[in-house]
Design a binder for this molecule. Structure first.
Ligand code: FES
Ligand code: FES
Length: 273
């Protein structure tokens, strides 16, 4: 009897609790609702359980979040107060080994004037030029060596011919800065070179020049010839001077002058002149 009374009492109490929280058992349904209903918990118990569940979910989510995004938290030093005291400001890089390389130093203006040293007629001369300056312009306009002429300025007449390391070159088509470290010879060397001196004398004797505007270029070409071929034939002379033009048409006198110079040089070397 006592047991039945106790069961009755419990049954009425549970009904009261159900009516208070509005929970009704769902026949055949599983899950939280049926479990709560079957457990016949009070509102306080339910709230406690719910709070506990929320806390567990919150803690677990925070823990999962922390585990999942831990690398990100390490990178963002300012986002967490717990890491801000030990983190290093992003603007300060104390690791010099990984510091970014400084920007490359840009080259100086390639068109800017520069001072170079030219060896002209066996003399070293410092001269300020622009990289684009042609040798003929530097010789004539800067150094005042006006024996070298500039009639065409496009490698057609040969009047600007000079010797660079003993080889004839049209100075209107070579930049001055490219001749640094090389020997430049112009007609101004005159008595400083026995071959040039012999040609100068022969040019006067044989009427090598009418207006003589082409003369210095021819004499430079003939100098290179006679230094490698002391006894040239007419064809050798024509071939050596094929890059030179004489607007006066004085070609036969020019050839004669070169032959005379060769003869005089040969005589001088043998002690006959
Ligand atoms: S000026 Fe140089 S070839 Fe005529
Ligand atoms: S002598 Fe006049 S251009 Fe040659």
């Amino acid at each position: 009897m006592k047991v039945k009374k106790e069961q009755k009492k419990r049954s009425s109490l549970s009904k009261k609790a159900d009516s208070k929280i509005g929970a009704k058992p769902v026949a055949g349904a599983g899950g939280v609702v049926s479990d709560i209903a079957n457990a016949k918990v009070s509102r306080r118990t339910l709230l406690r359980g719910t709070a506990t569940a929320v806390a567990v979910v919150g803690v677990s989510s925070v823990a999962m979040k922390g585990m999942q995004f831990q690398p990100v938290k390490e990178q963002s030093a300012s986002s967490s107060s717990t890491t801000s005291s030990t983190s290093t400001p992003l603007t300060t890089n104390t690791n010099t080994a990984t510091a970014p390389a400084p920007p490359p130093v840009l080259p100086t203006d390639p068109t800017a004037p520069r001072t170079i040293t030219l060896n002209v007629n066996n003399k070293n001369i410092s001269v300020t030029v622009e990289p684009r300056d042609m040798l003929v312009d530097v010789l004539r306009d800067t150094l005042g060596l006006i024996a070298t002429k500039r009639p065409c300025n496009r490698m057609e007449c040969g009047a600007c011919t000079v010797l660079i390391d003993g080889v004839p070159h049209e100075s209107c088509t070579i930049m001055a800065i490219r001749t640094v470290g090389h020997s430049i010879t112009t007609a101004e060397i005159a008595t400083g070179d026995p071959v040039v001196a012999a040609l100068d004398a022969a040019w006067v004797t044989a009427d090598g020049g009418q207006c003589s505007y082409c003369g210095p270029g021819y004499i430079m070409a003939a100098t290179a010839l006679l230094k490698t071929n002391p006894n040239p034939s007419v064809d050798d002379i024509k071939a050596a001077c094929s890059g030179n033009l004489c607007r006066c048409g004085n070609y036969m006198h020019i050839i004669t002058a070169i032959q005379l110079a060769a003869t005089n040089l040969a005589a001088a070397s043998s002690g006959g002149a």
